[in-house]
Design a protein around this ligand. Structure first.
Ligand code: OOB
Length: 553
């Protein structure tokens, strides 16, 4: 039988820099397994988590219960053959078993690979193959034939890459069963805190999403600092409406920040204002994190319904640019303090601070977590620009990766020779250190905070027999920030491919990558060297769409 490969080598920080982070006390010897044991013992009787399981039953778990379940999950994984060091793809919605499974994997010493529940065959195959995953964890819906087919397809595609297909672990059996065993003696995994603890997925600028290796030491540093900056303590009740596996919901300060501080995590199964407002009232929620479109949806729903949001103190907004005009409305209508968050799964996270002047909170995306975060804003030749001027954002620091997982080409493109990560974002830095996000260099669409690599979508579109060429562009949208418009060129005189959207769906792309609109053109604008010109296309589309709306030109 073929066996799983050990974790591949990852590009790490130079030894001198590692020593510096250790000696400054930023990196400690704490590992995730130790973190879980320590916090669950320290806060044993406090309420840790509230949410529904995948079959719809409500749960309220104390920290002691969470510890028992994490150990139980660790044993379940161990019994089916998952070993410390193995990678396990987690593809779960915001159900309580997510916490059970993830903490269980950490407790065992296996490495979660954090997929999103909206990822489909294309992405899941990529993650399982690249990570050589021992298992994939899902909440199986017995009535959903598509999901069963999807898991078979993933197994087949992974096998076609010469990799052992992952075992499928169905967490919906967990709540149905008699409850898991509680082995007191489960040993702590023998990990070094500077080992990789898990893999997260990048939004991706080229091809399918890349995997991001994060270590215990770097990530737990960002968790502790985030919890401190955001003022979390045992009285914090954090509502999680964004996908739990996204970096924002996980650690900015997110679920892990709350567990670090001894507060309560409330998982919302869906992000609608109706569900969220009900949970805020019922559970006395104090904090939550939203992407800009949700923030806007909450503001308009709150105007209509006047819910009781009295307990809610802070609403964080991040993942995409919040319009300056929405910021004051949000504070006024929801009766909360806004905190802007500009982060990335690769590392760097910026927060506006509680004592920042209002205009900075309303118009900037915050400043970095750490004095050790190195920020450069550069021109096209990588020369630093002056504060206040726009440029490309480069960064390195104690919790920003130095390389992706098994992707040397992406490493060459996305990191400078001296280890700075090229974020692909355009920013202005103010003298106070606050960053204003002004745009983006990367070929990516940010649809409601979800990132879509344009070339991934385009390559699937051109695989359709009747499509000669395709270009995906993000078109400004009042609600989504950007919506996905796919422009296709077809053979003149031939009928337009009617089933293009079906073709895209059938290819197994994540649901959020499916275009909002398809536009057919006989010719695509090209640059001087004959490449498709996204800029001209964007301009052409804006004019086209403005004309459709009847806007004055
Ligand atoms: C967060 O992480 P990712 O990895 O999904 O996406 C990172 C990218 C950034 O490079 C930037 O392009 C965009 O998302 N972004 C923002 C933003 N926050 C993220 N663009 C403008 N304004 C903002 N406030 O999205 C993420 C990770 C941790 C915390 C928060 C967000």
């Amino acid at each position: 039988m073929r066996s799983r490969a050990p974790l591949a080598e990852v590009r790490s920080w130079p030894e001198g820099i590692r020593r510096r982070y250790r000696s400054l006390g930023l990196w400690t010897t704490e590992t995730f397994a130790g973190f879980i044991e320590d916090r669950t013992a320290r806060f044993a009787d406090r309420l840790a988590a509230v949410g529904t399981d995948s079959l719809g039953a409500q749960h309220h778990w104390t920290y002691a219960e969470l510890a028992r379940r994490a150990r139980g999950a660790a044993v379940r994984f161990q019994e089916i053959g998952v070993a410390p060091g193995d990678r396990v793809v987690v593809a779960l919605p915001n159900v309580v078993e997510y916490l059970e499974a993830v903490l269980g994997l950490f407790r065992l010493g296996a490495l979660p690979v954090f997929a999103l529940p909206t990822h489909r065959e294309a992405e899941l195959t990529q993650f399982c193959t690249l990570a050589d995953a021992a298992a994939i964890v899902v909440a199986r819906d017995p009535g959903d034939a598509d999901q069963t087919a999807l898991l078979h397809t993933v197994a087949d595609r992974v096998a076609a890459h010469g990799v052992l297909p992952p075992l499928v672990v169905d967490v919906s059996d967990w709540s149905r069963g008699p409850g898991s065993v509680s082995p007191a003696g489960l040993p702590l995994p023998a990990h070094d805190a500077e080992d990789v603890a898990f893999l997260q997925v990048s939004g991706g600028t080229t091809g399918v999403p890349k995997l991001i290796p994060r270590t215990h030491a770097d990530y737990l540093y960002s968790v502790r600092e985030s919890a401190r900056i955001c003022g979390l303590d045992t009285s914090t009740v954090q509502l999680v409406v964004l996908p739990a596996a996204h970096n924002f919901a996980m650690s900015s300060p997110g679920i892990l920040g709350v567990l670090h501080a001894g507060g309560t995590v409330v998982l919302a199964r869906d992000p609608s204002p109706r569900t969220a407002f009900r949970l805020i009232e019922a559970e006395g929620v104090t904090h939550t994190a939203l992407v800009p479109p949700l923030a806007q949806a909450w503001v308009s729903a709150a105007r209509r319904r006047a819910p009781d949001l009295g307990s809610l103190g802070v609403v964080q907004v991040g993942g995409a640019r919040l319009a300056d005009s929405v910021a004051p409305q949000l504070e006024e209508v929801l009766g909360v303090r806004l905190q802007q968050v500009f982060g990335m799964a690769e590392g760097l996270v910026n927060y506006t601070r509680a004592d920042d002047p209002v205009h900075l909170v309303h118009t900037t995306q915050g400043r970095p977590i750490s004095a050790e975060d190195e920020i450069r804003v550069v021109d096209a030749d990588d020369r630093d620009v002056a504060d206040g001027e726009e440029g490309a954002l480069l960064t390195r620091g104690p919790y920003t990766i130095r390389g992706y997982y098994r992707d040397p080409r992406a490493d060459a493109d996305c990191f400078t020779a001296d280890g700075y990560y090229r974020t692909g974002d355009r920013v202005r830095r103010l003298p106070s250190g606050h960053l204003v996000v002004t745009g983006r260099d990367k070929d990516q669409i940010n649809r409601a905070g979800e990132k879509v690599a344009v070339d991934e979508l385009e390559s699937v579109a051109v695989a359709h027999a009747d499509v000669l060429d395709a270009v995906a562009v993000g078109v400004p949208d009042d609600y989504l920030g950007e919506r996905i418009v796919l422009v296709v060129r077809t053979e003149p005189g031939r009928p337009r491919p009617a089933n293009l959207l079906d073709h895209l769906r059938a290819s197994g792309l994540a649901t959020f990558k499916i275009p909002d609109e398809v536009v057919h053109l006989d010719e695509l604008p090209v640059t001087a060297v004959g490449k498709n010109s996204r800029r001209d296309l964007r301009r052409l589309l804006s004019a086209h769409l403005a004309a459709d709306r009847g806007d004055p030109s």
